[in-house]
Design a protein around this ligand. Structure first.
Ligand SMILES: [Fe+2]
Length: 293
């Protein structure tokens, strides 16, 4: 056989195998557990559990996300937190609001749910001419669901005399562009949600981990981010190849990093868009358990 035909055949088989593996990974969950140690919360918080969802991008685990709901139920969390980009807002995309509304209703029936925005929710809101009617419809879904929607807003959970403040911030749209990304100061977060408190445990939902240092400067105890989809394809020893903002081998693509006293946990996300590939990079359901003694 001609060597070019052999090489072409091998490449076609490799491509088909990679495609099949990616299709498998995109609908199979990895449950990732982290312990959150803090002395800012009292003993009654010990064992408090949150499940973190991010970047679902209209994906469904099972016909109606029943596999995702079952995985959450198995963890028996006290709260569910959502880090944004639950849908795909692109000119070529169709809205899947009914599917998401069903998911949110089922979640809210069982848990308090806190929802912060990603760049896709922001795009839908800020570009009404490109996405006519989307924002009004989706906002109705969010409000009707009974979730705590945290758009530059905070809410506290208090147990005896210690409190966790959960805050969601939106970032300037240029923070999400491909290419040169502007800097962001902690003052920006001060303006949106006020200063961090020394007393409360500050849980900050910030969609992109790009500004990890800023979140630490602001004074977050724990930051939950997503957005980078784990880097699309993960290579052992090198990490995630590419983020949706075309950053290559970002150390923030997935996992846990610490800045000062701030713990930053980045979910690999639950879905994909545009480049619908996941290799060695299963969708992640992140489970957090607080340890306070
Ligand atoms: Fe995103």
């Amino acid at each position: 056989m001609n060597k070019w035909i052999m090489a072409g055949t091998a490449a076609a088989f490799t491509g088909a195998a990679a495609f099949a593996r990616s299709e498998y990974e995109r609908i199979h969950l990895d449950i990732v557990h982290y312990d959150i140690k803090t002395d800012k919360l009292g003993l009654e918080w010990n064992g408090f559990k949150a499940v973190f969802l991010s970047d679902l991008h209209d994906n469904s685990f099972g016909m109606e996300n029943e596999e995702l709901l079952a995985a959450i139920e198995k963890e028996q969390p006290d709260i569910v937190v959502i880090g944004g980009d639950m849908l795909v807002v692109k000119e070529w995309a169709a809205p899947h609001f009914d599917m998401l509304a069903n998911l949110y209703k089922k979640l809210v029936k069982r848990y308090p749910v806190y929802y912060a925005f990603g760049n896709h929710e922001q795009r839908m809101k800020e570009e009404p001419l490109t996405y006519p009617g989307w924002w009004q419809s989706y906002w109705k879904v969010l409000k009707d669901s009974g979730m705590h929607v945290l758009v530059n807003k905070s809410e506290e959970i208090i147990k005896n005399d210690t409190a966790m403040r959960i805050s969601g911030i939106t970032l300037p749209r240029e923070c999400y562009r491909k290419g040169r990304i502007p800097s962001l100061s902690a003052g920006y977060i001060d303006k949106k949600i006020g200063k961090a408190s020394d007393k409360n445990f500050e849980l900050l939902l910030a969609h992109t981990p790009t500004f990890a240092k800023t979140y630490a400067d602001w004074g977050a105890d724990l930051v939950l981010s997503g957005h980078f989809h784990g880097g699309t394809i993960r290579i052992p020893g090198l990490g995630g190849v590419m983020t949706p903002q075309l950053q290559f081998f970002s150390p923030l693509a997935r996992g846990n990093v610490t800045q000062k006293n701030t713990n930053i946990i980045v979910s690999g996300g639950l879905g994909t868009h545009s480049i619908n590939v996941r290799l060695n990079n299963l969708p992640q359901l992140v489970v957090l358990t607080w340890k306070t003694h």
